[in-house]
Write a protein that binds this ligand. Structure first.
Ligand code: GLP
Length: 247
């Protein structure tokens, strides 16, 4: 595992954006796994800057987002499909046909999850999967416990997660949907390269648990240690407890 610790959050975002940009340039048909959250907004901002500067071409790209809230459609400003449009898709030359986000309004959610897995395989799998981490240790929305061989499925969101994500919902955790569709831990582990990014002291404890704690289905992020091609990018604050533990 390659763990990079930067002096500031902005440097972490730059390192991550540069790694994603390199992946996009490396192939005429790159397949990227995308994530949402406040951390990722910064990375997408830098990718859009590179695109505006003429340094990136998204025309051959296929993307698969990790997750989506149940019940929220693309026009709902709190949906992850909307988030992606606002932070990335609307600003770059990515073909609509290449964009995949699980449909939280599908009439048959289980069928939607199954067809998402089929679509990932049909695209020949994900080259680079971007990951954030939640306070519960979730990657995607894989709340504890999540089997390491789990596939895309419907999950119940943890109360901690609904609180963590409530800033987008008027700071009211009750307004955060209680269910989501998420790629499984097993789906994530099938990607050829995993890139986990976390910044800020609020992530320090869970980062330490993810990187140093027992590998357990009770902390989904520990699963990344079972993958042989992983990059973790942290700022000093997110790395602070982990750094002390390994000294
Ligand atoms: C949501 C997403 C996760 C992401 C997490 C981190 O819960 N489903 O995939 O890792 O947010 O968010 P933030 O970057 O805002 O801390």
């Amino acid at each position: 595992m390659n763990i990079i610790v930067t002096n500031s959050p902005e440097q972490a975002f730059h390192r991550a954006a540069d790694m994603i940009a390199a992946e996009i340039r490396a192939s005429s048909r790159p397949v990227l796994g995308l994530a949402t959250g406040r951390t990722m907004e910064n990375i997408y901002r830098l990718l859009v800057q590179q695109y505006d500067a003429g340094a990136l071409d998204f025309s051959g790209m296929t993307s698969f987002n990790l997750d989506e809230y149940v019940g929220l459609g693309p026009t709902d400003t709190n949906s992850y499909r909307h988030y992606m449009q606002e932070h990335l898709f609307a600003h770059v030359n990515m073909p609509l046909s290449g964009i995949h986000v699980p449909d939280g309004t599908a009439p048959d959610l289980d069928a939607e999850c199954a067809s998402y897995e089929v679509a990932i395989r049909a695209s020949n799998g994900i080259d680079l999967q971007l990951l954030g981490i939640g306070e519960t240790g979730h990657i995607g929305f894989n709340e504890p416990p999540s089997a390491f061989d789990s596939q895309t499925r419907v999950v119940e969101l943890d109360d901690i997660t609904r609180r963590q994500n409530s800033s987008m919902f008027g700071n009211d955790p009750e307004r955060v949907p209680s269910r989501a569709l998420t790629m499984g831990v097993g789906t994530i582990l099938e990607a050829r390269h995993l890139l986990l990014v976390a910044v800020g002291g609020g992530k320090a404890a869970i980062i330490n648990e993810a990187l140093n704690g027992p590998i357990s289905e009770n902390v989904s992020a520990t699963a990344i240690r079972l993958h042989d091609n992983v990059t973790v990018i942290l700022d000093e604050a997110a790395a602070s407890i982990y750094n002390q533990a390994i000294k």
